[in-house]
Design a protein around this ligand. Structure first.
Ligand code: TMP
Length: 214
């Protein structure tokens, strides 16, 4: 049986559980005999991983919002060119943990940078490559941040810069994601409250329906 290449992105606020769910989804799709690549942004290849370290280093508090925006765009350009497009060309399903919608939600709604500029930069960085499906793992900000803080207390990799932002910042990010989802048919909102098993069940049902229909 021939499967079609697809780009599926996962989005959500900190603590939405998307990184766990993306691994569950990869297992689920591989069990169906599909070729699956799991990757993430910022990162996904050595150069973009270097940029990720700059972006998420809590010591870099003085990174100005425009420089931050351009670094996310630079990491994305490298990742799309080096990882995502070649994987799609091979016919794989690419599962990407965050993509263009994260820039709209975090730098646009969170930081307040110009949305038209972000659209332009997203267009350049992705070379126009849009996701086929975007899973938005949605939950209240208080619940997500509670989970993220518990995780960070034991995490080895220091990813605390965004998690240190205010509740209001994360509320704007969530609102930004929900606004984007309300305006585009490629989004599917997954209720991310409850146990990982419950969320996984909701997600696989949606993705199976999408892949069955496409
Ligand atoms: P992660 O928590 O999914 O590993 O993502 C790392 C952080 O990077 C997270 O706080 C969200 C942030 N981010 C942006 O602000 N803009 C972007 O374009 C991307 C891809 C991530």
């Amino acid at each position: 049986m021939e499967f079609m290449a697809k780009l599926i992105t996962c989005e959500g606020i900190e603590g939405s559980g998307k990184s766990t769910q993306i691994l569950n989804l990869a297992t689920h799709l591989r069990n169906q005999g599909r070729e699956v690549i799991v990757t993430r942004e910022p990162g996904g290849c050595p150069i973009a991983d270097d940029i990720r370290r700059i972006l998420l280093d809590p010591a870099n508090q003085q990174l100005c919002p425009t420089a931050e925006l351009l670094l996310y765009a630079a990491a994305r350009a490298q990742h799309v060119e080096e990882v995502i497009r070649p994987a799609l060309a091979k016919g794989a399903i690419v599962l990407c943990d965050r993509y263009i919608d994260a820039t709209i939600a975090y730098q646009g709604f969170g930081r307040g940078l110009d949305l038209a500029l972000i659209d332009q930069l997203n267009q350049v960085a992705s070379s126009g490559l849009l996701p086929d499906l975007t899973l938005l793992f949605d939950l209240p900000v208080e619940t997500g941040l509670g989970r993220a803080l518990a995780r960070n207390a034991v995490a080895l990799e220091n990813e605390g810069r965004f998690e240190a932002e205010s509740l209001a910042f994360h509320q704007r990010v969530r609102d930004g994601y929900l606004q984007g989802a309300s305006q585009s048919a490629r989004f599917s909102i997954i209720d991310a409250t409850g146990t990982p098993e419950q969320v996984s069940e909701r997600m696989t049902r949606r993705v199976d329906a999408f892949l069955g229909a496409s």
